[in-house]
Design a protein around this ligand. Structure first.
Ligand SMILES: [Ca+2]
Length: 338
């Protein structure tokens, strides 16, 4: 792929700002972030990592302008408020369109989502790839494990089973935006230069909700959580942002391409067109970048609880470990730390 071609096609954040929301105009004029958001003053940093997974290569210098970012992942209580006010129905709650899957029966097309179920006890490691994901009819943000589950007592947990389009709908309602990958990674690094984790260079089960033990068969729960944890349970990073890594993966606006070469020396880089997307594992399926890893990331498998780590996901797929948080883009870099 020709990098200049990719960037020539890219929208810039400033173009997006031509349609900035009332809230974003407020941020621009007051130079302060709204309640629940943290001011990220912007700057130049090294995106990516050269010594982990190939899709994180290579390290490139990029610059982001100042922006505000949600301190926490969007919670079930926040998403419930959005649904109450708008009547929005998430993709996991809608029947699978007949046009997309004409060979499925009506029953097979009934709504659902992917839930995590560990392989049966005694399964040899490595378990068959992806065998721990199950299509569960009736699983959605309100019933994260299926019809017998609910959100009771989980109001402050991150909302999950959120597809990209669901996150976008929420963002439009909130007058905010999904972050770019560069914004997300800059924020996740928490002012640390080139550190492996958002807290430093040494792994700790006390710093983020990850998986301890042999994934996917044994979770020792050393960090206190087998599944998601209430937002803000683990310590914040250097910007005062919680759960940037671990807990749930978070959507970004960028379309997925392997590596960062196209971003070199760019200001507010973003891969903004679906036709730019390329995942070598599924070349015909455009996907967005998700960041931060989740409670399912373990040292022996998918150790993606790092700022540089990234994965690719289809926009219409929500899963039991997919959530999001938002940014407000005031189009200046003069934000005051709140
Ligand atoms: Ca955990």
């Amino acid at each position: 792929m020709d990098s200049r071609e990719v960037l020539a096609k890219s929208d810039t954040i400033s173009q997006q700002l031509k349609q900035s929301s009332k809230l974003e105009r407020f941020v621009a004029s007051s130079q302060r972030c709204p309640e629940g958001m943290v001011a990220i003053t912007g700057g130049t940093f090294r995106i990516g990592a050269d010594d982990h997974y190939p899709e994180e290569k290579s390290i490139e210098d990029v610059t982001v302008d100042g922006f505000c970012m949600d301190k926490y992942e969007i919670t079930n209580a926040q998403f419930a408020q959005f649904v109450k006010e708008t009547g929005y129905v998430t993709i996991a709650e809608r029947p699978i369109p007949k046009e997309q899957f004409p060979n499925l029966s009506d029953a097979e097309r009934s709504p659902g989502s992917l839930t995590f179920e560990p392989p049966a006890e005694g399964t040899k490691v490595p378990a068959p790839y992806m065998s721990w994901w199950h299509w569960t009819q009736g699983a959605n943000w309100q019933q994260p494990e299926g019809p017998s589950s609910s959100l009771k007592g989980r109001e402050n947990y991150p909302v999950v089973h959120i597809a990209y389009k669901d996150a976008q709908a929420y963002a439009a309602w909130a007058g905010k935006s999904l972050p770019t990958e560069a914004q997300w990674e800059f924020a996740a690094r928490g002012k640390l230069k080139d550190a492996i984790f958002s807290w430093g260079n040494t792994y700790s089960p006390k710093k983020a909700n990850t998986w301890q033990g042999e994934f996917p068969i044994a979770n020792t729960k050393e960090d206190g959580y087998i599944g998601t944890a209430p937002v803000g349970t683990f310590p914040p990073n250097g910007y005062g942002l919680y759960d940037m890594t671990g807990n749930v993966w978070e959507w970004t606006v960028d379309w997925y391409i392997p590596g960062h070469q196209v971003m070199e020396h760019q200001v507010n880089p973003v891969v903004s067109k679906p036709e730019q997307s390329f995942d070598p594992r599924e070349p015909d399926v455009p996907k967005h970048v998700v960041k931060g890893g989740s409670f399912l990331c373990a040292r022996n498998y998918c150790s993606r609880y790092r700022p540089a780590a990234r994965e690719a996901l289809e926009p219409e797929t929500g899963m039991a470990h997919i959530g999001f948080r938002l940014v407000a883009n005031p189009n200046n870099s003069l934000l005051k730390q709140s």
